[in-house]
Write a protein that binds this ligand. Structure first.
Ligand code: ARG
Ligand code: ZN
Length: 882
């Protein structure tokens, strides 16, 4: 909680090297939920790179019992305690600090630092949680070797884990026991972790490519041991993949994953002891969907890959967060794509990434919390674990690979580790490694790190039939964002192909003599405007621009319907094929929305319906691709295209389109429903998951205005499904159709009330149903299974309503905004990080109709005026109101 009145903004330009470096840290924990004693012995030495001789330690929510410097106890006047810093002035060059502090883990509802979840102890230290455990220079550029002694009641906490290797364990008498862990690698404090718990593990000895054997463990609560196989398999796949793709080997003898039910984010890459939200560990076919399985593979990969990109080479300061996060997201994306293995499978993962960017990152980049991939300032670092840092950051890393090629990218990675292993570095160091390893000047590329906002690339083309040339002129501009009025041109790779009238790629010859005859060329747009010429073009082609989404930009090109239909049925680049369908749908959705708003009649043209039909039944295409191509742009994405957002009109327009397609395509939908069944034992592989996705999309369409036969299908699927994907999909379809909802919801709950992650789904599907208004959400909050204290549960109901149910969240009377304000405030008193995420549901408030804006402003002001807000929430609401 904030103690002074105005929160401090921290600026990147104010970075100073640490005054003291830490060599070793010895930590002793006497674990007790109400009163844990932490004894720390830290050896420090003055950093020659610093002019200051003051030792600055951070501490929060701690009771300081004792502080000794080189053996002598310091009394209050000999150090300064203010806010969350403890300063010892004019310290000697070499210092041993002994610090004893007290904390109350059971009272720690923030889930940052040391806390209790279901009776067990866990830690979360990134970004600044270590300071809630002991006083320490809690910054990522202070790296030290840790030895950790854990003491706890043996019956209650039989398992005692920390980073690195277990070097000693034994009994203490009194029913207590101890374990001593040593991490052989230097690390920043944010990578520290401990677990003291009643848990069991699935373990396996695994042989690395080098022949070295390692121990892999997945720790869970006893009842969940039947849900660890996929996480373990994903871990082994990750280890192998990093060896093969990047030549990076696991550097420890032991690697542990621990699942915890109360967790603010997805997972955490603590050295050798990854701690995960149960959502990203636990799976079997009964409780987890295909999407859950994919999430587990991605997050296990992500955290494992951090061992090199994050842990071995870490961040100098938190402004560099994307150095590790953007790079590691890119690595987990490539891992997931490689695990599928086929080109079309890769494309499906790529399309998913583009959808996430448009759904979440583009709006962020255009809203009050917009920030560059490497921010210049922040109030609360926890607010900067964003889609910009993660997903846009991954796009920036991907562009290196697009520009340098896979081999060039690998050379850059190799040089990065050669130069920086064991160091805390900056985004610029990564860029320099990429440039130097490839002899390229990537100076202009730096703007992707320093300028916020989504660049808009406008394309125009000109075909000269006599000269047989085709020119593409690209113009770029980037809208202003807070503190950045005028942007300089970005270095943008624009992958282009040209389709002939027969739908095939033309062999391209450009002015770049080295790359002739290819189907796709990467144009490098570096100026504000550039024209690229293609030679020997015998007919006017249809351009396929920004293939594979080669840069995180908005592409504007005045495609005709005929061109889009041509691309939608023929483009060899699946991403642009999908994109053509999205453009066709978006144009119509925007017109329909206007028609709804102005009371005009609604209609959908036969051409569009025919194109959707042709795609739906095209057996040459993967089911997974067809499913993605048939999903209409979301209400959120439609809203982003509008000058003034009218959520109800958008909802009605999209529903109209869905209803019309469902009616027109009914026989085909039914046929696909039956053709894409996956009988036999459940397997989460991409092909089966794709079939289920297409089948369940068909089902959802068939249940839009269902007759008895369709209802029977859904009921049967719900009753007989052999896996959660199909069961949940049938239930969602039934809920959305409004038929017999209560009975099915009840039986689903009965079947799964002891599976927390399934209960989350139960809340989530109701929260996002168009029939659920704010009164219904309030009612659900009274359900005995609901609690605000568990982030997964709070998100399942509240976030899925505020972010996933726009037509109800934006109810005309503003009642849902009041609900939002109330819960931001309530959550903030428990868990500021989660509250601040909820606060962001209001980011785009200025884009709504004046009446809605007025309601939203009032709700924002109500939160802002609350007396005891965290810095987290205060930063979000004050930026929204600014
Ligand atoms: N580094 C973690 C990851 O893998 C995220 C942890 C952030 N946690 C937090 N409370 N800010 O992406
Ligand atoms: Zn990460």
């Amino acid at each position: 909680m904030r103690t002074d009145s105005s929160p401090q903004t921290i600026f990147r330009k104010d970075y100073l090297p640490p005054s003291y470096l830490v060599d070793t840290v010895e930590l002793g924990f006497d674990l007790d939920p109400a009163r844990t004693i932490v004894a720390s012995r830290v050896t420090l030495r003055h950093n020659p790179a610093s002019k200051s001789r003051d030792i600055v330690l951070h501490g929060e929510a701690l009771e300081l019992v004792q502080l000794r410097l080189n053996g002598k106890t310091l009394r209050p006047g000999q150090y300064e305690l203010s806010g969350s810093t403890l300063t010892i002035r004019k310290a000697p060059l070499a210092v041993v600090l002994e610090i004893e502090t007290l904390t109350a883990p059971v009272k720690n509802t923030t889930l940052s630092g040391l806390y209790v979840s279901n009776g067990n102890f866990f830690t979360q230290c990134e970004a600044e949680g270590f300071r809630r455990i002991t006083y320490f220079p809690d910054r990522p550029d202070v790296m030290a070797k840790y030895t950790v002694m854990l003491r706890a009641d043996k019956a209650l906490y039989p398992v005692l884990l920390s980073n690195g290797n277990l070097i000693e364990q034994g009994e203490l008498g009194d029913g207590r026991h101890y374990a001593k862990w040593e991490d052989p690698f230097k690390k920043p404090s944010y990578l520290f972790a401990l677990v003291a718990a009643r848990l069991v593990c699935q373990e396996e000895r695994y042989t690395l490519q080098s022949g070295r054997e390692v121990l892999l463990q997945v720790w869970v609560e006893e009842g969940n041991l039947d849900k660890t196989d996929y996480a373990m398999q994903s871990l082994k796949n990750s280890i192998r993949w990093d060896e093969q793709r990047f030549g990076l080997e696991l550097d420890l003898d032991r690697f542990m994953i621990v699942a915890v039910g109360d967790f603010n984010m997805g997972a955490m890459e603590n050295k050798g002891l990854n701690i995960f939200n149960t959502k990203f560990v636990l799976a079997n076919s009964r409780v987890a969907t295909d999407i859950d399985y994919a999430g587990i593979e991605a997050v296990v990969g992500h955290e494992y890959f951090h061992n090199w990109t994050g842990n071995r080479v870490t961040c100098r300061d938190w402004f560099q967060l994307s150095l590790k996060e953007g790079l590691t997201v890119f690595r987990d994306q490539e891992f997931s794509a490689d695990m599928i293995g086929t080109d079309s499978g890769r494309a499906v993962t790529r399309i998913d990434q583009v959808r996430t960017l448009r759904q979440a990152q583009f709006p962020e980049d255009a809203g009050p919390m917009a920030h560059p991939v490497r921010p210049d300032s922040f109030v609360e670092i926890n607010n900067f674990y964003t889609v910009t840092i993660y997903e846009k950051g991954a796009e920036v890393v991907r562009m290196y690979q697009t520009l340098l090629g896979r081999d060039g990218f690998r050379k850059g990675m190799d040089l990065y580790f050669e130069r920086h292993d064991g160091q805390a570095v900056e985004c610029d160091d990564f860029r320099a490694a990429m440039a130097d390893a490839n002899g390229r000047d990537l100076g202009q590329f730096e703007r992707w790190y320093s300028q916020a906002g989504t660049p808009v690339v406008r394309a125009e083309t000109n075909y000269d039939a006599i000269a047989r040339t085709f020119d593409i002129t690209l113009r770029q501009h980037c809208p202003a964002s807070a503190g950045q009025e005028h942007k300089l041109p970005f270095h943008i790779p624009v992958a282009v192909g040209l389709l002939g009238a027969d739908g095939r790629d033309l062999a391209l010859s450009t002015d770049a003599k080295d790359r002739q005859g290819q189907a796709t060329v990467v144009l490098e747009l570096t100026g504000e405007e550039q024209t690229f010429r293609f030679h020997d073009i015998a007919e006017r082609p249809t351009p396929s621009i920004l293939r594979d989404f080669s840069a995180p930009v908005v592409l504007e090109y005045d495609y005709t319907d005929a061109e889009l239909l041509h691309l939608f049925s023929h483009d060899s680049d699946p991403v642009n094929r999908w994109e053509a369908g999205q453009r066709l749908a978006m144009e119509r959705l925007l017109k329909l929305t206007t028609a709804v708003a102005t009371g005009k009649p609604l209609a959908l043209d036969a051409t569009f319906i025919a194109a959707q039909r042709a795609l739906l039944v095209d057996e040459t295409l993967d089911p997974a691709f067809r499913e993605l191509a048939l999903i209409l742009p979301s209400e959120t994405i439609i809203a982003e295209q509008m000058e003034v957002v009218e959520p109800q009109a958008i909802h009605s327009a999209r529903q109209f389109m869905r209803r019309t397609l469902a009616a027109a395509l009914k026989p085909e939908l039914l046929a696909q429903y039956h053709a894409n069944q996956t009988p036999g034992a459940y397997s989460p592989d991409a092909l089966s998951a794709g079939k289920r996705a297409l089948k369940n999309l068909a089902l959802s369409y068939l249940l839009i205005a269902p007759q008895e036969a369709e209802l029977a299908l859904a009921r049967q699927q719900f009753a007989e499904a052999g896996n959660m994907t199909d069961r949940a999909a049938a239930l969602v379809a039934l809920i959305h159709s409004g038929a017999e909802v209560g009975e099915h919801l009840h039986s689903f709950y009965q079947d799964f009330e002891h599976e927390a992650l399934v209960v989350d789904k139960w809340f989530a599907m109701q929260a996002a149903a168009p029939g659920t208004d704010v009164a219904a959400v309030r009612k659900l909050m009274e359900h005995p299974a609901f609690t605000l204290k568990n982030p997964n549960r709070a998100r399942s109901l509240i976030f899925n309503f505020t972010n996933g149910n726009p037509s109800q969240f934006h109810a005309a009377d503003g009642s849902a905004y009041e609900f939002w304000a109330e819960h931001v405030i309530k959550l903030d008193a428990l868990n500021p990080q989660v509250a601040a995420r909820l606060a962001r549901s209001m980011d785009r408030w200025r884009r709504y109709t004046p009446a809605l804006q007025a309601h939203m402003q009032r709700a924002l002001e109500r939160v802002a005026a609350h007396a005891r807000l965290s810095n987290d929430v205060l930063e979000v609401v004050s930026k929204a109101l600014a």
